[in-house]
Design a binder for this molecule. Structure first.
Ligand code: SAH
Ligand code: SF4
Length: 418
């Protein structure tokens, strides 16, 4: 989402005759688009700002901006510790960037959350490549007790379906062959009487798109209508779903306000596999939520063992201001969180390899992306179920859809070699 937002900002600036530079030393404007979801993300920005500060003495005209969730979270406090920052802009205030860049003197803090802002009518300046991000909804109404997003990004709002389809056409015209729909809870999309699966259906009609992906859906809003569209339009609608679990224990899930139990979640996974047996399923997991006992943690491992995800983003719980969990005691020690995380990662690696090895001997469809990191003789691409495959260069070109037999699997990579 931040990448997309940065492309929107880049679009606004380039329309006003700004150009991109690849080194901060040459820049007259430096904007850091930030994340607040964990404290670690904010700490990285604090040190980055410290590193950039000296450029202001070299170039007195340099404008330094902090944008996005951290701006929304800390507001004026950013200026208290870093008075050299010129612009603090929240996620709904990007339209005013040019006006603020023209202001001469005082630092400005603009963090109003606007109920209807979806950046309609603005054109993201996309980096060249295979995939175009398209934001379809913003904000979140779910209020998971650990999560700062509803406070930094405001309430849910969805874009007009027509303008999303137009943006998809424009992306194809610009040379993109894959689109990824984005939203804090992408499948909570709701525009007038149109829901998420209706949007996917509309996108299947856009000529030139080879794959449609989306992230992140919330388990609560995954329904049979959506799964039917997956089943009917595979692999154009890619058979991959990111289904954040967060925790396996019902006590923890309830304290997290996740709106499902372990049983519901596992039933949903069964339903997904009923409609799309080869769906690639990935997840997010948090360890060490307040009150999480070792037995609770074992429940998370149990779900992971049952589902066998293709991959998982795993996080140590990080207390975030404003949230309900912030008032709870962060009582799982750092050492215990680290131990749980390590155990989880070890198990996940086994599951990844288990799933990947099942594809050996099978033919898969690959969207060719680029040269492989290790050898110029080989290319890499992605299966519809979102697994990286390395194969001989041959006469293949980026953006080709090709079919190849998998011959090996190592780590998080599939290989198709003679
Ligand atoms: N809307 C998505 C997730 C968006 S945030 C969903 O509900 O699934 C991305 C991920 O960051 C979350 O899935 C969660 O695993 C992690 N996360 C959010 N807040 C966190 C916190 N306070 N500590 C640790 N991880 C957190
Ligand atoms: Fe955060 Fe929960 Fe909303 Fe996801 S659904 S963005 S985890 S509050």
């Amino acid at each position: 989402m931040n990448e997309y937002d940065s492309e929107i900002l880049s679009g606004i600036l380039q329309n006003d005759n700004y150009t991109l530079t690849d080194t901060p030393d040459n820049a007259d404007v430096i904007l850091l688009n930030t994340c607040s979801v964990r404290d670690h993300a904010e700490q990285k920005i604090h040190s980055r700002l410290g590193e950039l500060k000296h450029l202001k003495t070299k170039n007195p005209n340099l404008k330094l901006g902090v944008l996005g969730c951290m701006a929304q979270n800390l507001k004026d406090d950013i200026l208290k510790s870093k008075p050299y920052v010129d612009i603090v802009l929240g996620p709904d205030s990007y339209r005013s960037i040019l006006q603020h860049l023209d202001e001469e003197d005082e630092s400005v803090v603009d963090t109003k959350l606007l109920k209807f802002e979806v950046y309609e009518g603005l054109f993201p300046a996309r980096k060249k490549g295979i995939n175009a991000w398209i934001s379809i909804m913003r904000g979140c109404n779910k209020f998971c007790s650990y999560c700062i997003v509803p406070y930094t990004r405001g309430r849910e709002r969805s874009r007009n379906i027509k303008s999303i389809v137009e943006e998809a056409h424009r992306s194809v015209d610009q040379g993109f062959v894959e689109i990824t729909l984005l939203g804090q809870n992408v499948n909570s999309y709701h525009y007038e009487d149109q829901r998420f699966h209706s949007l996917l259906l509309a996108l299947t009609e856009v000529k030139g798109i080879k794959r449609v992906r989306y992230t992140s859906p919330h388990p609560q809003d995954v329904d049979e209508d959506l799964l039917k569209v997956h089943a009917d339009f595979k692999p154009l609608i890619a058979n991959h779903i990111h289904l954040p679990l967060q925790a396996g224990s019902n006590t923890v899930l309830q304290a997290m306000n996740r709106t499902y139990t372990q049983k519901h979640y596992l039933k949903l996974v069964d339903m997904i596999r009923h409609y799309v047996p080869d769906m690639g399923i990935t997840t997010d997991v948090i360890v060490g939520f307040p009150g999480e006992t070792d037995a609770d943690f074992r429940e998370t491992l149990k779900v992971m063992e049952t589902v066998k995800y293709d991959s998982a983003y795993t996080f140590k719980y990080s207390p975030r201001p404003h949230t309900k969990a912030y008032t709870m005691t962060d009582d799982v020690s750092e050492k215990e969180k680290a131990a749980r995380l390590t155990e989880l990662i070890v198990r996940q690696k086994e599951h990844t390899l288990y799933n990947y090895r099942k594809l050996i001997g099978k033919e898969v469809e690959i969207l060719v992306e680029s040269e492989s990191k290790r050898s110029p003789e080989e290319l890499k691409g992605r299966t519809a179920c979102n697994k990286i495959v390395v194969f001989p260069r041959g006469t293949y070109q980026a953006k080709d859809l090709i079919k190849r037999k998998i011959t090996d699997a190592q780590g998080v990579t599939l290989f198709s070699r003679p």
